[in-house]
Design a protein around this ligand. Structure first.
Ligand code: SF4
Ligand SMILES: [Zn+2]
Length: 306
């Protein structure tokens, strides 16, 4: 399953406009200080990521062309004008903030000036694109820079099969580099990537949290693996992938919180996709959200489905 195969499974991209973020919202998240505070998340429209990860669907809202200078500051200003106030901001660009074709370095200073009001600025980047540009951008910010990196899984063979273009050492070195320069890190980790059973999915999701914290990340996000990008749908149809259960997500979040090593959050978007029980889905969503906020384990939900 190489780049060509992943590309061959894709459908068409969505129509996007490089002068507008394709989405933006404010949600509550527990911050480094331990308080639950509003975080603005902007989904910036820019050039597609050069990697071709097996499970990625972020290409759907990207352009094929290099992002023009000025477009990203324009998108940020537009979203900030329309959003309620927040103390922290995530700039997610469907790829790598330090990919110069996606976010032109000529825009860094203007972007940093727009971010003056925020205490924390979170961007995402592949380990192979973590370099001195991160330090240049950090030096322009008033707030604390945090970089989210897709670790996905600590299972070395599955990581290879994900076509991620990195190994565990790349992740480790990127985190060490950022920690040396006082840039915070968060790891995106997958619950039950393809080729794993439910039980192995849980086991490796826990091992992945252990690995990320051993590398020195401050925060881990557990993302239940989804289909929907073509490649994953093919794997699902051919028995190599099935969606994880919301109960597995609850178990892995509880494990991560018990570690007491750093913050651990479960991704709570589209939770209906991971549940077959309409009776308890809302209770489970509420439980996961509250556990994210409190970083404490709440009593389990009693339902006939579990
Ligand atoms: S590096 Fe991130 S954005 Fe790029 S293809 Fe992989 S998962 Fe998607
Ligand atoms: Zn139920």
């Amino acid at each position: 399953m190489d780049d060509q195969w992943v590309l061959s499974q894709r459908s068409a991209k969505n129509a996007v406009d490089v002068r507008e973020p394709y989405a933006f919202l404010v949600e509550n998240e527990r911050s480094a200080s331990g308080k639950v505070e509003p975080v603005a998340t902007l989904f910036l429209t820019n050039k597609e990521c050069p990697f071709r990860c097996l499970m990625c669907d972020l290409w759907k809202n990207t352009t094929d062309e290099r992002t023009p200078v000025g477009a990203i500051p324009h998108q940020i200003a537009l979203a900030l004008k329309r959003l309620p106030p927040a103390r922290h901001i995530k700039l997610y660009n469907s790829g790598n903030f330090f990919d110069t074709k996606a976010i032109p370095p000529a825009d860094y200073a203007e972007i940093a000036a727009l971010l003056d009001p925020f205490e924390t600025v979170i961007v995402e980047c592949h380990p192979k694109l973590i370099n001195k540009r991160c330090l240049e951008f950090q030096a322009m910010l008033k707030g604390q820079l945090e970089i989210a990196i897709g670790l996905e899984t600590a299972h070395p063979d599955i990581l290879l099969k994900l076509n991620k273009g990195m190994d565990l050492e790349d992740f480790q070195s990127a985190v060490a580099f950022l920690n040396r320069h006082q840039i915070n890190t968060r790891a995106f980790t997958l619950l039950k990537p393809p080729f794993l059973s439910e039980q192995d999915g849980i086991y490796w999701a826990k091992k992945t949290l252990d690995f990320a914290f051993d590398c020195g990340v401050a925060t881990c996000v557990i993302i239940p693996t989804r289909a929907g990008n073509g490649a994953m749908d093919w794997l699902e149809a051919n028995g190599a992938f099935s969606r994880p259960s919301i109960i597995s997500l609850e178990k892995v979040l509880a494990y991560g919180i018990l570690l007491q090593t750093g913050h651990v959050y479960a991704d709570v978007w589209d939770l209906e996709y991971f549940s077959t029980c309409p009776t308890c889905i809302e209770q489970r969503r509420q439980r996961l959200t509250t556990m994210n906020h409190l970083q404490k384990i709440l009593p389990e939900i009693n339902c006939s489905c579990s």
